[in-house]
Design a protein. Structure first.
Length: 608
């Protein structure tokens, strides 16, 4: 989730850019840079690492003179963190500088086209394609050139553009990535979030997708894609700085839950081309996929729970046997491995110590490794044979939400790809699941609109001491994650069970007032799970059921029902987790817990 800042006005630009980037540090980043026009040339300074290092390089901006510039903090997606991959990106003559937030989905196609026309690339990023496309099409007017390039870009992007031949303006564009315009007395601003410019102005334009902005020191003009002027309403910001950093949300966790539609979209959409799953990072040939005899999914915590779902999904779609291992146990059980197997390693940070050790053990025994990680250039990403990035953006809250959801999305893609390659999926079913995968973000949005229902229910249970989650099949995997989410942020003891195991001991703990959360999304198992619900309810339990929107019969057997939109049964775990994340959040808030930083927990577990 990169940060963008731009300024044009009467004041020195570099200190303003550095200050704005500092205000965006909470978003997470691995490198930073600025470009400033000094009246003669564009000067760019960028570096891997923290903003304080960038500040030192330019002596807090004193070394870069000029009153117009753009800045960027980068969270790596394409290409590992490095000085070269950092933004801004410039063309060979340093007449165009670009900062970018988002993902250019067709960058490989555009890159090959530019290379055929003699262009040489310095970085591994998708952003450099934008810069060189602007160079290729430049006609003397940067605004019309930007429009021409926009029509050739696919994906999400917020762009800030500086051009030496049009030095008295900044051009900005928004599509599916955040970008605002600040209206100041001593100049005008662009930023990816309000904190970057809040000390300078509280008057902003909120841009819509497809809008283009021309900023000068005295004016701001907004256009649509046809270069027709658009009248914008000024929004007056009333938030304080602390609230603004969270986008108006009380906690980062809630902000990140609301970012889940985008996280799924960014993980899935670039890997679907013409109705087919295309994972360009995966270097396994069809022949190599056909030789896979068994898959191990290895992970810790929430990533392990995603792996349990992955077992059900991959076995269903590809009919390859899958075993799921806790990374902390994998090495010590002396696993039986051979070169016909595949190890899928899942880690949000890519630095989880136990998971990294398991990866190394698998490689030591000659097993091919495929990493599903969120952090580009992390240890697991570097050491795995193949990497599938989730592109969820950084998570600040310790308890993962969008990270987990994007891991599920990546596993869905792998299941579809393997199933298609092996001929195990009927064409109609395959395309039905692809279509359904692409509408999951919209369905997540529909669930988020019902959060008040979950909030009301959560407030009734702030005195909880024990909660039991149960389900069958994929619902059992979801129950595992839902239980963890509740206990880690609210400190309520909870356990998850395969529903059929309740009567093998756990049902002895059920008494009047016990809360049991029953997950009922697998149609072929409705009858089985309902019988388990009846068993606990007759012993005094209050039952909250999470089920598909067409399963109205459940109301006869549950005390409260939360419905999720209908989807393919392989994907229900993703949608079912949304209300359960919200439930955990609202219980924790009602109890006064530190939601973003629960006691005793760290975001990345880098020791055993």
């Amino acid at each position: 989730m990169c940060g963008i800042v731009g300024y044009i006005g009467a004041q020195p630009a570099a200190p303003i850019l550095l200050d704005g980037l500092t205000k965006l540090e909470y978003r997470g980043y691995d490198s930073a840079g600025i470009s400033v026009y000094d009246g003669k040339d564009i000067h760019t300074v960028k570096t891997k690492g923290k903003i304080k290092e960038l500040r030192a390089m330019v002596h807090d901006g004193q070394d870069l003179l000029g009153t117009v510039g753009i800045g960027h903090t980068r969270w790596a997606t394409h290409g590992a963190p490095s000085d070269i991959n950092s933004h801004p990106h410039t063309n060979a003559s340093d007449t165009i500088a670009v900062v970018h937030n988002g993902i250019i989905e067709n960058y490989l196609e555009l890159k090959k086209r530019l290379q055929r026309r003699g262009y040489h690339f310095q970085s591994e990023t998708d952003t450099e394609v934008v810069t060189l496309m602007l160079d290729y099409y430049f006609n003397g007017d940067i605004l019309s050139t930007v429009v021409r390039v926009m029509h050739r870009l696919e994906g999400s992007y917020a762009l800030g553009i500086l051009n030496k031949d049009n030095p008295d303006e900044i051009i900005a564009v928004k599509k599916d990535s955040p970008l605002i315009v600040g209206l100041g007395e001593d100049g005008n601003y662009i930023a990816s979030d309000i904190p970057a410019i809040l000390k300078h102005t509280r008057k902003i334009y909120i841009l819509e997708d497809g809008e283009i902005v021309r900023l000068t020191k005295d004016s701001v003009t907004v256009y649509n894609a046809d270069l027709e002027e658009v009248d914008k309403e000024v929004t007056e910001i009333q938030w304080d700085v602390s609230a603004a950093e969270k986008g108006g949300y009380e906690h980062f966790m809630m902000k990140e839950i609301h970012e889940e539609p985008k996280a799924v979209r960014d993980t899935v959409n670039p890997r679907i081309r013409d109705g087919e799953v295309f994972i360009h990072e995966l270097r396994m040939t069809p022949q190599q996929i056909r030789r896979i005899s068994k898959i191990f999914i290895i992970a810790c915590g929430s990533a392990y729970h995603a792996g349990v779902t992955g077992k059900y999904v991959i076995e269903n779609m590809a009919r390859i046997p899958v075993e799921v291992d806790l990374a902390s146990e994998f090495r010590y059980r002396d696993p039986i491995l051979d070169k016909s197997m595949l190890a899928i390693i899942i880690s949000q940070s890519g630095e989880t110590a136990d998971t990294l050790a398991a990866l190394r053990e698998a490689r030591r025994q000659g097993v091919r490794t495929l990493a599903i990680v969120n952090v580009v250039g992390s240890s697991i990403a570097r050491e795995a044979d193949d990497v599938l990035y989730t592109w969820a953006g950084p998570e600040i809250a310790v308890a993962t939400t969008k990270g987990y959801i994007s891991q599920l999305s990546a596993l869905y893609l792998l299941g579809l790809h393997f199933g298609r390659t092996l001929g195990r999926l009927d064409d109609a079913v395959y395309h039905e699941m692809i279509d359904e995968l692409q509408v999951l973000p919209e369905k997540i949005g529909r669930l988020l609109e019902q959060k008040e229902k979950i909030q009301y229910l959560a407030t009734q249970y702030i005195g909880l001491k024990d909660v039991f989650f149960m389900g069958r099949g994929i619902d059992y995997a979801t129950a595992l994650e839902a239980s963890l989410k509740l206990k880690e942020i609210s400190y309520v003891h909870s356990e998850a069970y395969a529903a059929g195991e309740m009567k093998h001991g756990t049902i002895s703990l059920i008494e009047d007032g016990s809360l049991v959360v029953g997950l009922v999304t697998q149609e072929h198992l409705y009858g089985k799970i309902i019988s388990n619900i009846v068993e606990v309810r007759t012993r005094g339990a209050f039952v909250l059921a999470v089920t598909n929107e067409d399963n109205k019969e459940i109301e006869k057997n549950a005390d409260y029902v939360f419905y999720i939109p209908k989807t393919h049964r392989n994907f229900t775990g993703l949608l079912a987790m949304i209300p359960l994340q919200l439930f955990a959040y609202y219980v924790a808030v009602a109890k006064g817990c530190d939601v973003d930083q629960p006691r005793n927990l760290a975001k990345s577990v880098t020791v055993e």
